[in-house]
Design a protein around this ligand. Sequence first.
Ligand SMILES: [Zn+2]
Length: 362
Amino acid sequence: MKAHTKMTATLLLATPLLAGLSAIAWATAAMAETQSPKPQFNTGNDIGYDVNDPSYFANYAPELPAMLARMPEISADTGLHLSEIEPGLFFVTDGVYQSSFLVTDEGIVVFDAPPSYAHKLPDLIRKTAPDSQIRYLIYSHNHSDHIGGAGVFAKIEGLDIIANERTAESLGKSDRTDLPLPTITFSGDHQFEFGGVPIEIATASFHAEDVDTIIYLPDQKFVMAVDTITPGEVPFMNFGATSDVGAYMTFFDTILEYDFEHLLSGHVSVLGMREDVIINRDYAFDVRQTAGKMMTTFFDEFETAFANFEYKNANLGYRAAIESVRRQCAEEIIDRWQDKLSVVDVWADSHCETVILYNIMH
Ligand SMILES: [Zn+2]
């Protein structure tokens, strides 16, 4: 900018008529040199919409063909995909959220009620099983984006809502008055049989700030662990926005102990399989190891940056060190995983940063 101003001034000097203006240009340049720079607030690593921006959105890799091939068809009429994945067990998605319901001889069990489409569920369920009553609604965890549409079931007579007692406690304390509170709560494990179908709910910890559950239907080899992985893709930002990175990393061993073929993890349109858990585990462990080994240089990077900032801004020094390690980690991770999992270039930096912060604190 300074060089440009000087060049402009030189050109102006060549024209006597504009000599007065050149003096102003020189004065402006001199002022800029003596004043401290005006802060240019860094508001984040935004996706760019300008073709010259390195973060230009089209520079991000498209979803991998293997992922696109697995995406189920969404009905133009309902905006939903509905499929019977095992006899009586139905999978529902709007392409962003996922839930399911089970039709038995004694009635219907609904698992989660995402607000993005829960208002369509009663009708969808009625059309699928016209002679059956909804008897149970089970909450996977307390987050509104997965159960916030439960109000549509509230008026069903004789309906029981099942949730972990800590989920119920969190909901009781929240101001979400439109969300019906659980009528049956449990701690630890809760197993029951309904219409001849065993349903096993285990208390777990991998995502929510209070408690998570793993819902398992052994006969259907179906397991539901919401906000864990996204099949075909790397996990969502900060490892499924987990509130506990350590617990998230141990989740893989826990879930792989189950004998399952179908995994409902709550997001994107693709229903998961056992292999999806394994590849996501390998990815998560690779990020943990890659960022972990780079931590050895973290404090050197901080020292260098802090010295460069004349020991005046430790926060900026921290940020510089985090960014440097994050960039090196993300480069390695993207390089290794770009052909195996979709959207790694979108989230690798957040995964690396999550591990860096975890390592600083543990
Ligand atoms: Zn959640």
